[in-house]
Design a protein around this ligand. Sequence first.
Ligand code: IPE
Ligand code: IPE
Ligand code: MG
Length: 247
Amino acid sequence: MASDTQTEFPAHIAIVMDGNGRWAQQRSRPRTMGHQAGQKALRRVVEHCGRIGVRELTVFAFSSENWNRPEKEVSRLMDLFMRALDREANELHQNGVAIRFIGDLSKFSPELQEKIQAVLARTPQDCRLRLNVAANYGGRWDITNAARALGAEIKAGALDPTDIDEALFESQLATSPGSCPDLLIRTGGETRISNFLLWQAAYSELYFSPVLWPDFGPAEIDAAISAYAARERRFGAIHESAQQKAG
Ligand code: IPE
Ligand code: IPE
Ligand code: MG
């Protein structure tokens, strides 16, 4: 997962798509309406990212903690996922978008799991844009899962603990193979990670937007990319000009 000090353009953008419920509440509509509008926003954003040359987009669709919502909201969300897969997957594939899911899919209904597997089976190998949909995803789950996988290899005698380094650990994460996000956007005004890509976001540039997710679109993505281009990524080092001064 090589990172680049070049901040002109982010190859990988991650998004916490937040604010659907408030968007609906502002219109005195049920929260589900906000989730529906949120799906339309995702479509706009995926199309735009593909157009401008983003290579990888990772979106937080449902967190491992979102099961704590009222059962009715969760089941409506699951319905919406099913319908979105039916409606969008083929067209996305035809447009060179390869869909991948990251998260513990085993908690979903057998029907939804089947649909997900069918989409994965049709995912093109060559793609313009890789779309990672984080569903029942949690950063702590991801890290715990990786540790468990390495533990099993050690137990089987296939791995020596001293051989575990960051690259090997990272290879066990749900995002592997893939890059770490250059830019992590959270919409909806909250300024927290909410258990998204805890390992992978170690050096992501963070961008918080007050815009609620259903209102997010190309202009907001462009604004986030402009803000990113003005950043200086140092990865713990110091900038060249400061280096000269330090002598
Ligand atoms: C994000 O929007 C969608 C999911 C978490 C599934 P929210 O539903 O969290 O919307 P707000 O934050 O309540 O407005
Ligand atoms: C994060 O949003 C999860 C998704 C966008 C899928 P939440 O709305 O669940 O996060 P909190 O509860 O505000 O931290
Ligand atoms: Mg929220």
